[in-house]
Write a protein that binds this ligand. Sequence first.
Ligand SMILES: [Zn+2]
Length: 140
Amino acid sequence: MKVWTCRTTKEREKLGSYFADLCKVWAKKMGVTHWDIEVGLEFGIEVTREHREQLDGRDGGVTTANPTYERATIYLCALEEDTHWTQRELEEVAVHEVVHILLSPVTNTFSTGQDNNFLETRTIEAVVTRTSRALMGWFD
Ligand SMILES: [Zn+2]
């Protein structure tokens, strides 16, 4: 099974570019290709404090989306040198983040704008996770 690592610059480049491709594939499936979507990899100290807080100390994805201008940025955040993802895990992150973009016209509307609204965050994450798993063909 393919495992994506980020020990060397080359590995990180490959990971970042493959992850961007995955996001592109899923943006097409979800009909959001007309959005301006940037995809970037943050590694180690590049991972911002804000993203670390949103990720709760775990590796993963963070997305900001502006439905008015149909612009979004997806960050894949790898906190440590030995961070790694299996093919399936990486795809799950990509699908999850693109679903955030797909649903942002709805989720941003009822958002209070407070960063630490526990119930709001949990609700949005639950909806996004269930939707992305259904799209990937997982039925839990
Ligand atoms: Zn999420």
